[in-house]
Design a protein around this ligand. Structure first.
Ligand code: NAD
Length: 499
């Protein structure tokens, strides 16, 4: 094992990756070169796979599914392999975190935390595999017995984004494997390394050939071809609402594959005057800035009670101004680089729109010049009105907008005032208020007096245009299964046609 924390610099040469089909590494003819967003040097080269490569990967996954060597194993054996993956990952945390940081730009300490979460996902899924079961009905009359079998869907296509390349993969893959399905993964082209490194770990843990396949390359080529592919039974897509919509269309026009969609968000945090303001302000600053706001559940809208708004906004601005931005290998860094040049441009454009639409800039709003890399200071706008673009659009950057409310009704209305419904948080000491808000705000994940907490035991997913279906937990395994209802007659048949 290499203790990567000793290196703490980008590699002298970019690392070349192949792609992984049926337990074997293949080499790409054309390669995509990734430059680290914080070091501005080439760090990895990954293959631009072709549609033929995708066909091969789907064929391998189909064959591994049909032979039953994965789905047909006792759940205890599948669980044992998932537990071995967890233990191998524990030995390779430093290595996986190193490549994640180089491609994504997030702080090393954070990347290691995400790998710890990924390990917990494999362990949870191992337990879930053993508890997955069907159902029986003995209430159909004395001579008819009903059985409901829970069967894996088959070949799953998994398309992941660049913001949490390894964590998002691991919030889905172990649960898919627990269900007995086989998989073809396509990571985001800019952050493919850790998805590829996992292939070796899975193979070492004893996963049969063809169960996990990885094709790399452009979303509009390989991702689109996956969404259209007749050999894929279910597609789990995590990414933008725009591309999610195109996956729905592709599924409708191909084999009507089932879709799991984890899409965008514009997540509110509601702060009542009776909350602990210092704690709440810390949660707001963390919620919007964590992972440079490139987070589907980022807290991008502060909805604060009017009576405390001035004091609270000043507190939030002071905290956000203290966030340490910079080199992701520095252990003191709290937020790192913006992952892609396109995302950097989008965030800066929204900051300009916020200013020109009349919002008041309270902190940030500028790039952070550290000599090397793309960094944006955590940015806070007050006096935002609901019609402004910074109030409605998912910016996917460290940009917070503030709104005021007088009544609980108004807080709920403001919270629901976007097309999304991914996550929300409420801060109050009053349990009745907290529950009233929790039950009426449309969000798949809710936090009361906390933010972004939880584990792989609980399901993840969105309401409204934030997506379909749930990942993680038992619900996340069931999502990749289908039910077969079996009727068993125990008496002799009463004939329909007279003999
Ligand atoms: P994106 O939609 O551009 O890309 C996501 C993935 O889809 C990438 O692998 C990309 O290569 C692929 N892709 C691109 N075009 C495609 C096409 N036509 N068909 C199929 N696949 C295609 O999103 P992104 O910029 O990588 O990620 C940011 C978005 O993801 C944000 O909107 C964010 O909210 C969302 N997201 C959601 C969750 C969640 O759990 N709800 C988690 C993380 C990110």
């Amino acid at each position: 094992m290499t203790l990567i924390t000793n290196l703490i610099s980008a590699p002298a040469q970019p690392r070349d990756f192949g792609f992984f089909i049926n337990g074997e590494w293949r080499h790409g003819r054309e390669m995509y070169e990734r430059f680290s967003p914080s070091h501005e040097q080439s760090v990895t080269r990954t293959a631009c796979c072709t549609k033929q490569d995708l066909d091969d990967a789907v064929a391998a996954a189909r064959s591994a599914f049909d032979t039953g060597e994965w789905a047909g194993q006792p759940a205890a054996e599948r669980a044992a392999i998932l537990l071995r993956v967890a233990s191998l990952l524990r030995e390779r945390v430093d290595e996986v975190a190193y490549w994640e940081v180089l491609e994504n730009g997030k702080p090393l300490t954070q990347a290691k935390g995400e790998i710890a979460h990924a390990i917990a996902c494999f362990e949870t899924a191992a337990g879930a595999a053993r508890l997955l079961h069907g159902n029986t009905f003995n209430n159909l009359g004395d001579s008819l017995f009903g059985m409901v079998l829970r069967e894996p869907i088959g070949v799953v296509g998994l398309i992941t984004p660049w913001n949490f390349p390894f964590m998002i993969l691991c919030e889905r893959l172990p649960f898919i494997l627990a269900s007995g399905c086989t998989v073809v993964v396509k990571p985001a082209e800019v952050t493919s390394a850790t998805t590829l490194i996992l292939a070796d770990i899975l193979a070492e843990a004893g996963l049969p050939k063809g169960v996990y396949n990885v094709v790399t390359g452009a979303g509009n080529v390989i991702g689109q071809a996956m969404a259209e592919h007749d050999g894929i039974d279910m597609l789990s897509f995590t990414g933008s609402t725009r591309v999610g919509r195109s996956c729905v269309k592709a599924s409708a026009e191909s084999n009507l594959k089932k879709l799991g969609l984890e899409l965008g968000g514009k997540n509110p945090i509601i702060v009542f005057s009776d909350s602990n303001l210092d704690d709440a302000a810390d949660a707001v600053a963390f919620g919007v800035s964590f992972n440079t706001g490139q987070c589907c559940v980022s807290t991008s809208r502060l909805i604060v009670e009017h009576s405390i708004a001035d004091v609270f906004e000043a507190l939030v601005a002071r905290k956000m101004a203290k966030i340490r931005v910079g080199n992701p290998f520095d252990p003191k860094t709290q937020i790192g680089a913006i992952t892609t040049e396109a995302q950097n441009k989008t965030i800066l454009e929204y900051i300009e729109k916020g200013k020109s639409e009349g919002a008041v800039l309270r902190c940030g709003g500028t790039v952070v010049d550290s000599g090397l890399g793309r960094y944006i200071a955590p940015t806070f706008f007050t006096h935002v009105t609901p019609s402004m673009s910074i109030a409605q659009d998912e910016i996917f950057g460290p940009v917070l907008s503030s709104f005021h409310f007088e009544t609980v009704e108004e807080a709920i209305r403001l919270a629901n005032d976007t097309v999304y419904g991914l996550a929300a948080s409420v801060w109050t000491q009053d349990i009745s208020k907290a529950l009233s808000v929790t039950r009426r705000v449309k969000a798949g994940r809710f936090w009361v007096n906390t933010i972004m907490s939880g584990g792989p035991e609980t399901p993840l997913g969105g309401f409204r245009q934030s997506g379909w279906g749930r990942e993680a937990g038992l619900a996340g395994v069931e999502e990749y299964t289908q039910l077969k209802t079996v009727h068993i007659e125990t008496d002799k048949r009463t004939h329909w046609i007279a003999s």
